[in-house]
Ligand binder design. Structure first.
Ligand code: PMP
Length: 378
């Protein structure tokens, strides 16, 4: 039986998502923009999903814009803000540990002449709210801070930082990539104090290819795409009704089961920490407060890719660093002050409530076997 412990990369679609998608594919195949009944039926499915996603963020449905995923949401948030507000205010402040889809967007803005300040965690590996705030001034257009780091699971002080920043600079736009926290840790609009929030369906047992951007009322963005009038003209193109329906169904399922899931995942993570700590040569990284869904650990003397392939042979699936970087180091672990040699040996173990104690046992046994066969036999 395979132990899938790579849920931060993607999750298995839930039955509710598959049922909603299948129903939309079979029955609600109209174009939501069409004026006849088939079109209206499709529009109603999109509206219902929008309500489900909005309920999960505790906001009004009109504030939710459906996208193709969080990569697009992040790009729209960043380029859309720069386009609408960046003529006079040319400075941007962002953490140094963001996902590639945020990092690369800011790199591009820098090439276009914006000043981008990247704030790294302190020597203890924690992102300090005051250090971030001290970089924001009246020329700052946009500030981005992710909620949960996708490589380490570190929870960043989003609300505290954005609340204080907006109090001092009300014109500042705040953006949070909440992908790894959405429906996992507290992540409502009030809990984040962000003007823009990016989320993704496939990290919450929805399907790949759907995401959303929360846009606070009154915030203007320039679009990335031009075309029809869909999604408030900000995201033209015929809506993917099945993907959106699946996203809504997954969000509703996760919302209903949130506390039981968190409890279960916390137990699994604690058990993983207990078993891995008992293995000599395993170092667990816990930069400050961490999400229970992600565990970052290094197995000294083994390169992460070597260990990952060894575990995969035993049907235990984890990631080396971030799944998006395909084995290429992103520098994020180093920014969290994890020394280079440990960073090269770091794997990411990420849970969902469907994981079992047996999965953890397979992981611990797999790591011990890897040490035995790949290190001790050298
Ligand atoms: N942000 C974070 C923190 C992520 O973990 C991911 C997925 N790896 C993304 C953004 C991109 O999401 P998507 O796959 O929906 O484009």
């Amino acid at each position: 039986m395979a132990a899938y412990l790579d849920n931060a990369a993607t999750t298995k679609p839930c039955a509710e998502c598959i049922d909603a998608m299948t129903d939309a594919l079979r029955n609600t195949y109209g174009n939501p923009s069409s004026l006849h009944r088939k079109g209206l039926e499709a529009q109603l499915v999109v509206d219902a999903a929008r309500k489900q996603v909005a309920a999960a963020l505790s906001c009004e449905p009109e504030r939710i814009l459906f996208t193709s995923g969080a990569t697009e949401s992040n790009n729209l948030a960043i380029f859309g803000t720069a386009g609408a507000y960046g003529k006079r205010r040319r400075k941007m402040v962002v953490t140094a540990v963001e996902h590639a889809s945020v990092r690369a967007a800011y790199d591009r803005l820098e090439e276009q002449g914006f000043t981008v300040v990247r704030v790294a965690p302190n020597t203890a590996g924690e992102l300090n709210a005051e250090a971030f705030l001290s970089e924001i001034d009246e020329n700052t257009c946009l500030a981005s801070m992710m909620l949960v780091n996708n490589e380490t699971g570190a929870v960043l002080p989003v609300r505290r930082t954005f609340y204080a920043a907006k109090k001092k600079y009300p014109q500042l736009i705040t953006h949070c990539d909440a992908v790894q926290g959405f429906l996992k840790i507290g992540c409502t609009v009030n809990e984040l104090e962000a003007d823009l929030i990016s989320i993704s369906a496939h990290k919450i047992h929805g399907a790949k290819g759907a995401g959303a951007l929360y846009i606070r009322r009154g915030i203007r963005l320039t679009p990335l795409l031009y075309g029809g009038e869909q999604e408030q003209k900000l995201r033209p193109g015929t809506e993917s009704v099945p993907l959106i329906a699946g996203f809504g169904a997954a969000a509703a399922m996760m919302r209903k089961t949130l506390s039981a899931r968190t409890e279960r995942v916390t137990q699994l993570r604690n058990e993983a920490i207990r078993q891995l700590s008992a293995i000599e040569g395993v170092a667990i990284h816990q930069p400050g407060t961490c999400s229970p869904y992600i565990l970052s650990a290094a197995v000294k003397g083994l390169r992460a890719e070597t260990l990952l392939h060894f575990l995969a042979e035993r049907e235990v699936y984890v990631s080396s660093g971030s799944a998006c970087s395909k084995g290429k180091p992103s520098g994020v672990l180093q920014a969290f002050r994890i020394p280079n040699d440990l960073a090269d040996s770091t794997i990411r173990i990420s849970f969902c409530a469907e994981n079992t104690a047996y999965d953890i046992k397979c992981l611990a046994e797999g790591i011990a076997a890897a040490q035995q066969q790949l290190i001790h036999k050298r």
